[in-house]
Design a protein around this ligand. Structure first.
Ligand code: ZN
Length: 366
């Protein structure tokens, strides 16, 4: 069986309007000469292109999908939000929330982005593919049911999971979000539910500000099924390895899911302009390997990764390639040309020890 890769060029045609990094152009913000908004297609396109140039793409099952339907969206989002988003999209674009500008037609592109995740979940569950990577865009993990946020216009992963629950009887799911920002949208959807474990490893109080605290553990029936693992700014490869060993992997094993979904932001890498962590491609490689091994042990190998953030255009492709190489158990001849530099920039041993002690302390209180 093969690893499947879900992609649609139209996802790269979603626009975010005239911005420089995250700032609307105007006033003292000069219009950009290059990509403009941080959430540009470029990092995604370069990732997809590197899969092809490296030769890995030839070994993947390359797939598209139908857009998510309105019924699919309504399982997660209220009609009022969908109507507002659609009306703005049908006009000239706009912003239906916080830090989430979009251009004309982005509603249909967001539906496609969620649709790619929906099909990937269905194909992994049916056993048609071994595992999957979904290059969805726009991303989804910040999107709240009633409001877009942080470049995320629809909650891609929850839409995919709830569709599979409706049609395939999908049971327990663990969502492991290693995007450098807090997976607040996914957390919000599942906060009071006991069928979905949501884990977010993120730079502490990076985005959304003040959220993603370790004390947020779920509510009601969902008490204990939300796990936030905030890492100190400047943490690198070892911080992620320690977060996995001490908290994330034991939590997933103990939850015993039927499926593991990785919310695969690649913005913890040390070159990202929207965060301050020092992970590198080997970090993403080893995290993927560990999740894949765990999936083989506890849920028949059922695992997929859904793309989230990642704004360092040159670095993202090498991190993404490492994830896909691990999922497909195949190495390309590509050596990450940025790896050695980031490995020399890792934090000192006392900072690593301090971070590990904090994680161990958090683990003691679970
Ligand atoms: Zn992010």
């Amino acid at each position: 069986m093969t690893t499947a890769f879900y992609f649609d060029e139209r996802c790269l045609w979603h626009t975010t309007g005239e911005h420089a990094l995250i700032l609307p152009v105007g006033g003292y913000v000069q219009p950009p000469s290059g990509a403009g908004h941080a959430e540009s297609p470029e990092s995604k396109r370069r990732f997809k292109n590197l899969l092809e140039v490296s030769g890995i793409a030839a070994h993947l099952s390359w797939r598209g999908a139908e857009p998510a339907s309105r019924d699919d969206m309504l399982r997660v989002h209220p009609a009022a939000y969908l109507d507002q988003f659609k009306a703005l999209s049908d006009a000239d674009g706009g912003n239906a929330g916080i830090y989430s500008p979009f251009g004309p037609g982005s509603f249909e592109i967001a539906a496609l982005s969620a649709g790619l995740a929906k099909r990937a979940v269905a194909d992994v569950l049916s056993g048609e593919v071994a595992n999957a990577y979904v290059l969805s865009r726009p991303p989804g993990h910040h999107c709240l049911p009633e409001q877009s946020m942080g470049f995320c216009l629809l909650a891609n992963i929850p839409i995919a999971l709830e569709a599979a629950r409706a049609s395939h009887g999908l049971g327990r799911v663990a969502v492991l979000d290693w995007d450098v920002h807090h997976g607040n949208g996914t957390q919000a959807v599942y906060y009071d539910r006991d069928d979905t474990l949501t884990i977010s490893i993120h730079q502490e109080t990076c985005f959304p500000p003040g959220q993603g605290l370790a004390s947020e553990r779920g509510a009601g029936p969902g008490q204990g099924t939300n796990l936030n693992i905030p890492l100190l700014p400047g943490g690198g490869h070892q911080a992620y390895m320690d977060a996995f060993e001490l908290l994330a992997l034991p939590a997933i094993r103990s939850f015993a899911p039927d499926l593991i979904v990785i919310a695969c932001g690649l913005d913890a890498n040390g070159f990202d302009p929207l965060a301050r962590m020092l992970a590198h491609s080997e970090t993403f490689r080893q995290m993927t390997r560990q999740v894949k091994d765990l999936a083989a042990e506890i849920c028949g190998g059922r695992v997929l990764a859904v793309h989230e953030g990642g704004y360092a255009e040159v670095a993202v492709p090498f991190c993404g390639l490492a994830v896909v190489e691990e999922l497909s158990e195949r190495r390309s001849p590509v050596q990450d040309p940025l790896l050695e530099l980031l490995q020399t920039q890792q934090p000192p041993a006392d900072m690593i020890a301090f971070q590990r002690a904090r994680l161990a302390q958090q683990a003691q209180h679970i």
